[in-house]
Ligand binder design. Structure first.
Ligand code: ZN
Length: 448
């Protein structure tokens, strides 16, 4: 390994103790700032009897209260435009993004110039970890308007000296032209879009996506690229290396990025964000050890506009390692889904992405496209779990295939499922994030 392998070699290869020491000092300053500038947090702390002097070292963080998305939403509704949790002056805010969330009502997130610099650094570090270099040209085939990883990806990619090509969404002709005429060799998009775009290239241009020369796929915004069968298919379709990133609209656009070792996403916010993994049912802090699964919690260490303490992301993650052949010392993880997407079948937690993984593993007998059909609002599901899956091109007797998939779902996920097989191309394709669940109880049974 040489320093060229890292964007910030010193911090990316520092020992966990060095990072903790750095974080400990920065959190003290962030708390000073919160007590001085945030009425939202002063009130929260007062309610639970927490005072500034209760923080002496990093482990004291676990005594502080969590912050939830719902609290931020209420704070924003009560005190528009940005909420009571905003700790900077409006005059110092330089950009506002939004996250749509599950309720559909956008929540706004502002940043100051210093916040933007930090976002650029963390996001650039994540892209660099994923293998982006100065000579690359990247198609940004994802949201640009209001999307937190839109303009901040532009800033980050340009800061590395690579070429940023702003395609946006719903513009596959432009994306194809950028590859053909500009020689773009990398793409930043959702895994759903990478799948959709491969079909588009074959169908509309009569070309094999592999021949286009796209060699680096940076995926994010949904768990797909971390599902082995989905990733394998994308890599075969494009002849590209797929790595994924993970961020959060309220904290920073891309905080975790996977190195070419492809064994999980490295944490890249070392000096700007403290990470905890908690048991979402007991709220207990879990050890950062390989195999640990829980909810990801972020604390900002240097944030002006929206400093957040112990923010519950609702992202369910599993730690995949604490050492890596790439030499980075930060923990690696995979996101298995959002708490909001989780279903419970006979007491077993099931993420739609896990069902998709099982069904995709039957490729080419299945296309890998699935839909879970809910007859009533989740997360509790009356068994069996209804799964619609597409059979692929391979000649397999569908009755046998149905039984095999149901058996494997039972073996892998411990849940009873009823699988309906439909012809390839029947289920809807999504250009942005995939929709793996159809709410049959909405819109007179026709809900998506
Ligand atoms: Zn690595």
């Amino acid at each position: 390994m040489t320093t060229e392998d890292y964007l910030d070699a010193e911090i990316e290869t520092a020992s966990p103790e060095e990072i903790q020491h750095l974080q400990q000092g920065k959190l003290a300053k962030q708390l000073d700032y919160l007590f001085a500038r945030s009425a939202f947090y002063r009130e929260k702390f007062e309610k639970v009897g927490i005072r500034r002097e209760h923080y002496r070292e990093l482990s004291d963080l676990s005594q502080f209260p969590f912050t939830t998305k719902e609290e931020l939403r209420l704070s924003q509704a009560a005190c528009p435009p940005l909420g009571r949790h905003i700790a900077a002056d409006w005059a110092d805010v330089i950009r506002v993004n939004s996250s749509t969330g599950t309720t559909g009502k956008p929540s706004f997130v502002g940043i100051t110039r210093r916040d933007a610099e930090i976002w650029t650094r963390i996001t650039a570090r994540s892209f660099y970890t994923q293998g982006l270099r100065k000579a690359d040209a990247v198609i940004h085939a994802a949201g640009l308007t209001m999307f937190v990883a839109g303009l901040s990806s532009k800033d980050a990619i340009e800061s590395l000296g690579a070429v940023f090509i702003p395609i946006g969404t719903g513009a596959s002709e432009k994306a194809l032209a950028a590859i053909q005429f500009l020689g773009a060799n990398a793409m930043h998009c959702t895994p759903s879009y990478a799948t959709y775009f491969a079909d588009f290239v074959r169908r509309e241009a009569g070309l094999d996506p592999k021949d286009l020369g796209l060699r680096k796929l940076f995926c994010g915004a949904e768990p797909g690229a971390g599902i082995p069968s989905v990733r394998n298919r994308l890599q075969q379709d494009w002849g590209a290396r797929v790595t994924e990133g993970l961020g959060n609209a309220d904290m920073a656009p891309i905080i975790f990025g996977e190195c070419p070792n492809q064994s999980g996403m490295h944490f890249n916010g070392q000096e700007f964000i403290a990470v905890e993994i908690i048991d979402p049912d007991t709220n207990e802090v879990l050890p950062m050890e390989t195999g640990v699964t829980g909810e990801l919690v972020y604390t900002s260490l240097e944030r002006e506009c929206v400093p957040l303490l112990r923010f519950r992301t609702r992202d369910r993650v599993t730690v995949t390692g604490t050492v890596c052949p790439c030499g980075r010392t930060s923990l690696k993880l995979r996101c298995i889904g959002r708490t909001d997407d989780m279903l419970i079948v006979l007491g077993v937690n099931v993420f739609p992405s896990a069902v998709k993984d099982v069904v995709s593993s039957f490729s080419p007998a299945t296309t890998g496209e699935i839909q879970i059909v809910l007859d009533q609002p989740g997360p509790q599901v009356v068994p069996p779990l209804r799964v619609v899956a597409e059979f692929g091109k391979a000649m397999v007797e569908t009755a046998t295939l149905k039984t095999e998939i149901e058996r494997k779902l039972k073996a892998a996920l411990s849940i009873p499922a009823a699988v309906d097989l439909v012809p390839a191309g029947t289920l809807p394709r999504f250009e942005m994030k995939g929709q793996l669940v159809r709410k049959a109880y909405e819109n007179g049974g026709k809900g998506r």
